[in-house]
Design a protein around this ligand. Sequence first.
Ligand SMILES: [Zn+2]
Length: 195
Amino acid sequence: MQVHRSTELVVEQVTPNAFVHTSFKQTQDFGNVPCNGPVVRNGGEAIVFDTPTTDSAATELIRWVQDSLHCRITAVIPTHFHDDCLGGSKAFHAHGIPSFAHQRTIAPAAADSVEVPQHGFTEPLMLKVGTERVTATFHGEGHTKDNVVGHFPSEHVLFGGCLIKELEASKGYLGDANVSAWSGTVAAVEQAYPR
Ligand SMILES: [Zn+2]
């Protein structure tokens, strides 16, 4: 169910406590691409996976979570280093919201001289949201060499990021991909979250 819509940002509710934010990125090769990530909440707290693509769309999402969900965002987790995942990072940092990313994400983000995630991890990351938890885990290379998968186990929400495609989707941008490892990584994800 759609719960928010503007020209820059759409939010849909997918389970009682999980939402999907969608923003847009104008590209030469793929047109105006929708980019999405989850927002999960519990007990007045929320965690966002992937920033909206721009600081203005990110600011709109932060305000929506505060005003409509009445939650405090305690973390944002970009799932790889492309700007569809961290393009709105400055807005989160400006609101005092800490960012967490795999160490594999931090180096290329710094090399691209974009806003760099503040906290790095290499082992699976576990963060509390209210009394529940989310995880972010690297299972192998695919769309990029740093792509991680997000999980909100209490509502069986798995976020594959650009690693996992909908049926009939194209492979998308392959400039940073490891195409030969990709299928094996997806198999590892399937094995890690069988339900
Ligand atoms: Zn990407």
